[in-house]
Design a protein. Structure first.
Lengths: 1305, 245
């Protein structure tokens, strides 16, 4: 009974503990979240421009609200439904301000509860949309049809079906004296319900619209102006004939008569069979068969009529299978599902769109999986696939197999139990748990204390015994099995993350117990299975199943064993090659029993039999059995002595001395027999108790039954000798206690102390029993030897020396294989790479250039000492040029660029040149005209990009040879030019020697005039007020001298010279050289300036080329920018704090009629100005909302326009925020009226009853929004008056209670 | 005789009328704005500006200078729906794409429209016309398959007055904005969208959906016929690696 209670109590406690245990498992992340929330603010808007984001306070835009809380709990970021009344669009999850600022109306309710967002069926001709009413109106307007909105249709499918069921036909009417027609629906025709039957060709003309159901507009009976089948068009994926009025007819077929169907509507299948794209003359395209209408863009083989046909849109997937248009399917890396997803693997969905396969990656880290199915069609299965969330998060919390395998709720996999694995009991690898197996006594401790302690009797306080306290038992909290994710999630195994916690859940520890007696060798009595590699494999199976943990493989199949620590009593172990093969194959091939460590019943029995307490009990049974046997022998001897004595006595004559002696001997023999029987009873009692003890510790074994049948039963103690038995028991008890004291004193452990105690109990018990039975000293002495012998035998049988070994399997985040030789496998063009995928390939793999088109997974091997190898890129060379004398670098030296169009191979001056280089690893590359010593000394990145990339391209315009001479460029043989290139990889390895790109520039004279390519101020731009000069930079394509003039005249006649850069190194990124000019005489109207240039400064005048046409440039002056109506400029009253106010200013004049950018500041310091929220508007009105507290405020405002006109002012205002109700200052009678005066403007009302009335219930006193309020003078009444201000501040009680009276006596 | 006189008078009158007509047409040169318009290319100038504006805006989710972007493939994708939290659906950043696109386009083409108008006026003046120009006001209307610009520019050319100019550009931007709105509605409600079914509904469009490892989804909506691309980003219902929060 007590045991049942204990079990029940155990279960209750287990349940409670489990709740906390799993709460703990997930407690840490939640804690992290809380921590983050506490540290973050809710920014109504961030500096980045995001609305309603939880972020650091520093990221919040100062112009918007921010509060140190989560956005969910703020008013200003409360989400609701936003609807817009023009287009009829409803949008969920929208903050109120975002909605209002975008012209919408915000509603705090869910979208389903907002009346404006209720969906209905909108019929638009033969189309339908399941949209709100306003949207339907808008669509009807846009498509020019009358609104047909049906609220009784409450789902989209029915809505579409309704549209498809629309009657279509010819809508005939007269227009401009012509009988014309529209092919449309009955409703759109506007003919009402009147449908005219067509009888032959006798159709009466009518000015009204008439609808002829199922007739084409070209039907001869209708006698319209529309001629049949003049062209084709695409409509809903099919090809249709179109009549001369532009009306759609039937589906296209080259058999025109069949398609026309005598002017009647015919179903597509009646025209021609569903077309899979193989028949260009049948317009019945079938999407599911892989065709859709498209324009035929080839010259031959097209449709007989028209330009549209059913285009075949099938694709071929990776397996070479044909896929039809719209079909989607999943693409996996190896090892999918069944707990075997490999590290770095990802799910992808591919879609066939118009003959091209498009890849759509599911969420990374396997947060999504791809599922696929198919729809049966006449042409076979039509595949559909979708990315779906991987529901792995609560798998480890499942203890029941059915819960684990409930695919409606989660994606989990049930594995068999692992001995010693306390799921969630192990501490993270970073903790002290298993970090040092030799001192791993705290293995199952956890940060919260005892919650996840091993679930033992000792912990629960029930059923514990000394044995269990003495040595830690090997247990698991998942005796039935372990639930792990079916698609293990990806983890950030390469950095500090939750990976440590997740993997640490699967730590396992096993205690192996060896025992050695005084006789014989040692043997394993417990935990033997943990010594096998299979145990570690099964632990690793669970470990890898939790995510990217343990020893496992990446998606390329590379195995890494850095994710576990398998330790056997201080010795680290690793999986054998055979096991690695099993792991690499996704744990396939594991033998279930071996793999899981499942304990069979037989093994269980053996295990139980091997447990120490059983051994001990068996020893006790053995020893007591020996005692019984001894006692039985004594009884038999006594019985024999008695028989002999009785025989002798019977032979003697009565009354003789011999007869007297014989009788005395008989009595002695009888006493001996009684004593022996008593000892036997004691021994048998001890044996029975021992058997009971063995039975108690040996459940579910057959031992107890045969033992009890052997030693149990009634009548054991019958037959007398009770005194001896009790005496023996007393001796045994005393001896046992003595043994318990002596054992520890002589250094015995508890187990052997028990052996000693039991041996002493047996020995002294036997002795006590026998000594009570004895009547002579000799026999008493012999009894002592018997007891001693029994005690020694029992001690020898029970004494054991135990040893334990600890085997641990520490589950840690998986680590990528060392090196990085295969990093670039990730750059497969077919499936996109990601940081996670890249990192799984090698320790040295790193994703570079994130966010760019050059995102690459590269090897950043720290031991890589080789610089990038450079070679020319042939694809990037400008057409008409070629590379020559190509040498790779290192050793180099480089290559030449040769112009194929010139005899000497030189490049034309000022002609664009593009060339590229490739490197064998992602690298940055620089280019310079001059020799340098190292990469950092070089001037510019090739192409201006500092990305680590495999290829780099430079593009520029060549200067002339002369110009280069003047620029002191390096020239060889008089006209060769050299660029120098160096590259540097991620490890900092750079080319020691420069890579040289040589070419020569055509030395023939330059006959081209310079060209102005750009200006620093926009042509036609504006300058500030009172400014009639402006410094402008003109950018020229070659070194030149330039001049300007207000008149269009020759270069030489122009009086105003410019200052021009003529050195090549002064060129900007566009290879343009600047010429600066101070233009004067700028008037309010457009002032024109004319610029001309002459190239080759310093050259002979005859060789120079000058512009024959001027570059026309204009500027205009402006009036000053004016600031007007800067508000607020007075005291504002409010009742909420902080109070929203609007800082507003209008700008006038200036360059663009007041358009300017305004900023505000509270200090006036130049660096403190913040741009207005609404500024640079065409109307010149600038606004900024501010939430301010009570008091005086000063805001500096400055505005500047395009021309630089600056205007400044400041707004000084006071905020009087009073959250109290207005106070009544005076009450008096005037003109026979009761008059009260409040301290500020307010409104008042009164009753004659009491103060328990709302303001609206009272009688309003004239005048509202004033400080004076009046009521009738009535001395019979008491006035209960309440006053409130414009912000509705009012007291719950009356503001004043007045009884009019003129009698003050 | 009297008849001959009458005939002569009729002939003289006829000659005078014909002469007057000839003088009017050949010497007085009445200005028809339609002719002038053709010569000025005002509408085509605005058309170019609008087409350029559409092309520029649609790649930036309808904003001239979007601030809140996600970098991908050397391009900036504006977040139209965003949360930086895990396990939560996004907060709508721009609820009505069409409205914002409309406003931004009006702002973007303002200078161009004015320049077109001024150039037209200058051209007319250069051709010798007497021209009185007025303030240019315009309205952009985005409708299915077209974008209209209704320009109100009171102009007097010679003796004739003109006020309204209408420019119409064929563009699928309305449909693209509506499809993008639909995608956003899905993102805000479910944290994801089904592009396959959208492509079936709208066979003229290709919708590329690229999920990035930080939870951002990049959408590229392309019209097959025009090649227009409307692109934006969303971050909704993102999941961390492991239990990271």
């Amino acid at each position: 009974m007590m045991r049942k209670k204990g079990v029940a109590g155990f279960e209750v406690v287990l349940m409670i503990v489990s709740v906390f245990a799993f709460a703990f498992m997930f407690a840490e992340p939640v804690g992290a979240q809380t921590e983050m929330s506490e540290a973050s603010f809710c920014c109504e808007r961030t500096d980045d421009g995001a609305w309603c984001v939880n972020a650091e306070e520093s990221e919040c835009n100062d112009n918007f609200n921010a509060a140190p809380t989560s956005c969910e709990t703020t008013s200003y970021c409360r989400l609701g439904t936003c609807y817009e009344s023009e287009e009829g669009i409803c949008m969920e999850n929208t903050p109120q301000r975002v909605c209002n600022d975008n012209g919408g109306t915000w509603d705090a309710r869910e979208i389903e509860q907002v009346p404006q967002c209720q969906l209905g069926c909108c019929i638009i001709a033969d189309q339908a949309a399941f949209v709100p009413l306003v949207r339907c109106k808008r669509l009807s307007t846009l498509f020019g049809v009358s609104i047909d909105y049906r609220t009784d249709i409450n789902n989209e499918v029915s809505c579409i079906a309704e549209a498809q069921a629309q009657d279509v036909g010819a809508c005939v009417y007269e227009k401009e004296f012509e009988r014309t027609c529209e092919f449309t629906t009955r409703g759109d025709c506007g003919a009402g319900t009147r449908v005219e039957a067509v009888n032959g060709t006798n159709i009466s003309l009518s000015n009204q619209r008439t609808f002829y159901e199922d007739f084409l507009c070209s039907a001869e009976e209708l006698n319209t102006a529309c001629a049949k089948e003049v062209s084709t068009t695409c409509y809903q994926g099919d090809v249709y004939w179109v009549d001369s009025c532009g009306n759609r007819e039937n589906v296209y077929s080259s058999n025109m008569a069949k398609s026309w169907n005598a002017g009647k509507v015919i179903d597509a299948s009646g025209v021609c069979n569903a077309n899979d794209g193989s028949d260009v003359n049948c317009g019945n395209c079938d999407y599911l068969l892989g065709s859709r209408c498209a324009k035929y863009d080839k010259y031959l083989g097209g449709p007989e009529y028209g330009e549209n046909y059913c285009q075949k849109t099938e694709c071929v997937d990776r397996n070479g299978d044909e896929r039809i248009n719209g079909e989607s399917w999943c693409v996996y890396d190896d090892g999918v599902g069944n707990g075997g997803d490999r590290v770095g693997s990802r799910y992808f969905r591919e879609i066939c769109v118009d003959g091209k396969v498009r890849v759509e990656p599911c969420a990374d880290f396997r947060n999504e999986i791809c599922l696929e199915s198919s729809i049966e069609t006449d042409a076979g299965d039509f595949g559909t696939a979708a990315c779906r969330v991987n529901r792995w998060q609560d798998c480890v919390a499942q203890e029941d197999e059915d819960d684990c395998n409930n695919i409606d709720k989660r994606d989990c996999l049930w594995l068999n139990p692992v001995t010693g694995m306390v799921l969630g009991g192990g501490q993270a690898s970073s903790g002290e748990g298993f970090s040092n197996p030799s001192v791993g006594k705290t293995a199952f401790s956890n940060p919260t204390g005892s919650v996840i302690a091993p679930i033992t009797g000792a912990f629960l306080g029930i059923g514990g015994d000394d044995e269990e306290e003495q040595q830690e038992a090997t247990v698991t909290n998942r005796p039935k099995g372990v639930c792990v994710p079916n698609f293990p999630p990806g983890l950030k195994f390469w950095e500090e993350s939750s990976a440590q916690q997740i993997c640490g859940l699967a730590n396992a520890k096993c205690t192996v117990v060896y025992e050695k007696g005084l006789i014989g060798g040692s043997k394993v009595v417990e935990g033997g299975e943990c010594l096998s590699e299979d145990w570690a494999l099964s632990a690793n199976r669970v470990c890898a199943g939790l995510g990217d943990c343990g020893g496992y493989v990446n998606y390329q199949g590379a195995y890494s064993d850095d994710g576990y620590k398998w330790n056997e009593e201080g010795e680290d172990k690793e999986f054998s090659p055979n096991m690695i093969n099993i792991i690499s194959a996704g744990f396939t091939g594991m033998i279930i029993g071996m793999m899981t460590g499942r304990i069979t019943e037989e093994a269980q029995a053996l295990k139980i039999a091997a447990r120490p307490e059983v051994v001990e009990a068996q020893g006790l049974v053995t020893s007591t059995s020996a005692g019984v046997a001894t006692a039985q022998t004594a009884v038999a001897n006594a019985q024999l002595g008695l028989t002999n004595a009785q025989t002798i006595a019977t032979a003697q004559t009565v009354g003789t001395p011999a007869a007297g002696l014989a009788a005395e001997n008989v009595i002695v023999a009888q006493n001996s027999l009684a004593a022996a029987n008593a000892d036997l009873a004691i021994a048998q009692t001890a044996s029975t108790e021992a058997v009971k003890g063995l039975a108690a510790v040996t459940p579910a074994t057959g031992g107890s039954s045969w033992l009890s049948s052997t030693f149990g039963g009634e009548g054991i103690l019958t037959g007398g000798g009770w005194d001896a038995a009790f005496t023996g028991a007393e001796w045994a008890a005393l001896a046992y206690m003595a043994g318990q004291m002596i054992g520890p004193m002589i250094g015995f452990d508890k187990k052997n102390t028990k052996a000693l105690s039991t041996a002493m109990a047996a020995g002294f018990g036997t002795y006590g029993a026998l000594s009570t039975w004895k009547v002579t000293a000799d026999m008493w002495l012999g009894t002592g030897w018997v007891g001693l012998g029994i005690g020694v035998v029992v001690f020898l049988a029970m004494y054991k020396k135990s040893e334990t070994k600890t085997v641990t399997f520490n589950c840690m985040p998986w680590q990528a294989p060392t090196g990085g030789n295969v990093c670039e496998e990730c750059n497969d063009a077919d499936l996109p790479c990601s940081e996670y995928r890249c990192k799984s390939l090698g320790q040295n793999c790193e994703l570079v250039n994130k966010g760019t088109s050059d995102e690459k997974c590269v090897n950043v091997n720290p031991r890589d000492v080789d610089p990038p190898v450079i070679k020319p890129n042939y694809e990037k060379l400008t057409k008409g040029y070629k590379y020559a004398n190509v040498k790779l670098s290192p050793p180099g030296p480089g290559f030449n660029i040769v112009n194929l169009d010139t005899d000497d191979g030189c490049l034309k001056a000022f002609s664009p040149l593009e060339f590229g280089i490739d490197v064998d690893e992602p690298a940055q590359c620089k280019i310079d005209f001059n020799h340098t010593e190292k990469f950092d000394e070089m001037v510019a990145f090739i192409g201006g990009k500092n990305l680590y990339s495999y290829n780099h391209t430079e593009k520029f315009s060549l200067p002339s040879a002369e110009a280069m001479k003047n620029a002191s460029m390096v020239l060889e043989n008089g006209k060769d030019l050299t660029f120098f290139i160096r590259c540097k990889d991620k490890n900092g390895n750079e080319n020691g020697a420069e890579y040289a790109v040589n070419f020569c520039v055509d030395p023939t004279p330059d006959n081209t005039a310079p060209k102005i390519e750009a200006t620093s101020i926009l042509n036609g731009g504006c300058v500030a007020e009172n400014q009639d000069t402006a410094g402008v930079m003109f950018y020229v394509n070659e070194p030149s001298n330039c001049r300007w003039s207000p008149q269009d005249q020759d270069y030489d006649l122009m009086q105003n010279a410019m200052s021009c850069s003529s050195e090549l190194h002064q060129a900007n990124a566009m290879q343009l050289l600047g010429c600066s000019a101070e233009l004067t005489g700028i008037s309010r109207d457009d002032t024109k300036f004319y610029v001309r240039c002459k190239d080759q400064p310093g050259a002979d005048e005859n060789d120079r080329n000058e512009n024959k046409e001027s570059f026309e440039f204009s500027l205009r002056g402006s009036t000053g920018l004016k600031m007007k109506d800067l508000q607020p400029n007075e005291t504002l009253f409010g009742a909420v704090s902080p109070m929203p106010i609007e800082l507003k200013v209008k700008t006038l004049f200036g360059c663009n009629d007041g358009q300017a950018i305004c900023k505000y500041s509270t200090t006036g310091n130049s660096g403190d100005y913040i741009q207005f929220f609404d500024t640079n508007t065409e109307d010149g009105i600038h606004t900024q909302r501010l939430d301010l507290i009570s008091g005086e405020h000063e805001y500096f405002v400055q505005c500047i326009d395009e021309g630089g006109n600056l205007v400044e002012d400041k707004a000084i205002f006071n905020l009087d925020i009073d959250i109290n109700a207005p106070v009544v200052a005076r009450i008096y009678e005037e003109d026979n009226m009761l008059k009260i005066v409040t301290v500020r403007n307010s409104e008042c009302s009164y009753t004659f009853d009491n103060c328990d009335f709302s303001f609206e219930e009272g009688t309003e006193m004239p005048y509202s929004n004033s400080s004076v309020h009046v009521a009738e003078w009535n001395e019979e009444k008491t006035y209960y008056i309440k006053c409130r201000d414009e912000f509705k501040n009012e007291d719950a009680d009356c503001s004043v209670i007045v009884r009019p009276s003129r009698n003050f006596l | 005789m009297r008849k001959k006189g009458q005939v002569a008078i009729f002939i003289i009158v006829a000659i005078m009328i014909v002469s007057a007509v000839l003088v009017f047409f050949l010497w007085a040169k009445p200005t028809y704005f339609s002719d002038a318009g053709k010569g000025l290319r005002f509408e085509s100038c605005v058309e170019d500006a609008v087409e350029q504006a559409i092309s520029e805006l649609e790649r930036k989710a309808g904003f001239i200078n979007p601030k809140f972007n996600y970098d991908y493939n050397d391009e900036k994708f504006t977040y139209l729906c965003y949360t930086n939290q895990y396990y939560e659906t996004c907060v709508v950043q721009v609820p009505f794409l069409k409205n914002s696109f409309d406003e931004q386009m009006e702002t973007l083409i303002k200078d161009e429209v004015n320049t077109c108008y001024v150039n037209s006026i200058n051209e007319l003046k250069a051709q010798g016309y007497s021209v009185v120009q007025g303030n240019v006001e315009y309205d952009v209307l985005i409708e299915p398959s077209v974008v209209r610009v209704e320009i109100d520019a009171p102009t007097v050319v010679g003796s004739q007055s003109f006020a309204r100019f209408n420019v119409k550009i064929n563009s699928p931007i309305y449909e693209m904005l509506m499809i993008a709105t639909s995608l956003l509605q899905f993102e805000a409600k479910y944290g994801d969208s089904d592009t396959s079914s959208m492509m079936i509904y709208y066979p003229d469009y290709i919708i590329d959906k690229i999920k990035r490892d930080d939870g951002t989804t990049v959408y590229i909506l392309e019209n097959k016929e025009f090649g227009n691309k409307f692109q934006f980003a969303s971050r909704s219902l993102a999941w961390p690696a492991g239990y990271d929060l």
